[in-house]
Design a protein around this ligand. Structure first.
Ligand code: GCO
Ligand code: MG
Length: 405
């Protein structure tokens, strides 16, 4: 059974997705996600021009060899564009292997470690009250874990808090140039503790609370934030600071017992190695699409398990439903699974294009029993939603200095 055809589809059902379809000589096909938010066409060209021609005619079962061929074999290792291309092929080959075996992918990884996958929902708001109204709604719907983000008073825009239904910039799918946002650390500090005081009062102590800083703080400011939030018992504080220099997290760690999470932009095990082996974080937030697929996430997860670090995959809507399906199989297998971020795929266009087979009940995902990944993509329907250039915002301090996103 050899690889016969590889097709790359770019569609915009509300936001852009790059979907890869690998078809074998016996007609079996598998799907992969290669979406790199705001840089979609770079991956398309990398795949079509440099990856696809090398794979036609290769054994579709040789997942590990193909992974190594695309990683070690190319000289230019790592990087988001390269690794998203590797990831999409890898996911599609696992999907094919599962279909051929007649087994869901989690069975090929070693079977279930739990009954269902715990999810965390997002609650955003223009005010603390609005954020907590949204959180209370998630609790009513059965969620046991919620990420809280609230607009910072005095700033023009706060990420993810746009009001109306489009509260994710990237979901708007049509931003021909990057919008800009402002940031002020003092204004943020004036709000953030209030959010968690009010959250514990309103939601009680049984709900897991999480928060994403989007890397806006320096390490010493992150250390201060971690300490400040200790009384409110967060499940984790995400992306407090950048960790291009992984030493940054030593400083944060020495000052606070608030659990730390990072990894959504990481592309390989090397990006997380020091953080994991020095036990500077508690959750690793890699995504199958951005860190090299199921093969790579399985390796990172096993490595993390020896250091008590749990898997908590990135689950923003810029990862396609194909990636989420792959995560579900990893999550139900991983002995050291933590939690899955889950914003859902609400819009109708998107539901026309992608059909997944897992079910969400009371904030838990029940994983697909269909052979392979349990995901379908309607390439005909996708034609009605062509690519639209779109960007994430750029962040600046109030004096105009470009800041971390
Ligand atoms: C998350 C992420 C998102 C990102 C988005 C960027 O934790 O869900 O930080 O909020 O901003 O994925 O593409
Ligand atoms: Mg994040």
């Amino acid at each position: 059974m050899v690889i016969d055809k590889i097709e790359v589809f770019v569609s915009c059902p509300g936001r852009n997705f790059v979907t890869v379809k690998v078809t074998t000589s016996d007609g079996t096909y598998g799907l992969g996600d290669a979406t790199v938010n705001g840089r979609e066409m770079a991956v398309v060209s990398y795949l079509e021009e440099h990856v696809v021609p090398c794979l036609i005619g290769r054994d579709a079962h040789a997942i590990e060899d193909i992974w190594q061929y695309l990683y070690k074999g190319v000289y230019w290792r790592k990087g988001p564009i390269n690794m998203a291309a590797v990831a999409s092929i890898d996911m599609a080959l696992w999907d094919i292997k599962g279909k051929v075996a007649g087994l869901p992918v989690y069975q090929l990884l070693g079977g279930k470690s739990r009954n269902a996958v715990t999810l965390y929902a997002h609650a955003n708001g223009k005010s603390i009250e609005q954020t907590l109204d949204n959180a209370a709604q998630h609790v009513n719907n059965g969620f046991k874990a919620i990420r809280l983000q609230s607009a910072v008073p005095g700033l023009k825009v706060t990420y993810g808090v746009l009001g109306d239904k489009k509260d994710y910039y990237e979901q708007q799918g049509n931003r021909p140039l990057p919008p800009e946002e402002d940031w002020s650390t003092p204004k943020y500090f004036a709000m953030i503790e209030e959010l968690f005081i009010a959250a514990r009062k309103r939601l009680g102590n049984d709900i897991h609370l999480l928060h994403d800083v989007h890397s806006r703080l320096t390490p010493i400011e992150s250390a201060k934030l971690g300490k400040l939030l200790e009384p409110y018992n967060l499940m984790f504080l995400e992306d407090a600071s950048m960790a291009e220099n992984q030493e940054n997290y030593k400083l944060i760690r020495h000052h606070t017992t608030t659990p730390l999470a990072i990894g959504e932009t990481y592309n390989t095990i090397w990006d997380c190695k020091d953080l994991i082996q020095n036990q500077l974080i508690d959750f690793i937030r890699v995504a199958a699409t951005h860190a090299g697929g199921i093969t790579a996430l399985r390796r990172i997860t096993d490595f993390a398990s020896i250091y008590n670090v749990k898997l908590a995959p990135h689950g923003a809507p810029d990862l396609s439903p194909v990636c989420m399906a792959a995560h579900m199989h990893l999550n139900i297998w991983a002995p050291n699974f933590g939690i899955q971020e889950f914003v859902g795929f609400g819009n109708d266009e998107l539901k026309q294009l992608f059909k997944h087979d897992y079910k969400v009940v009371d904030g838990m995902a029940h994983v697909s029993e269909a052979p392979g990944l349990g995901i379908e993509f309607d390439e005909e329907a996708a034609k009605a939603f062509p690519y639209k250039r779109s960007y994430l915002p750029v962040c600046r301090l109030e004096d105009g200095t470009v800041w971390n996103w």
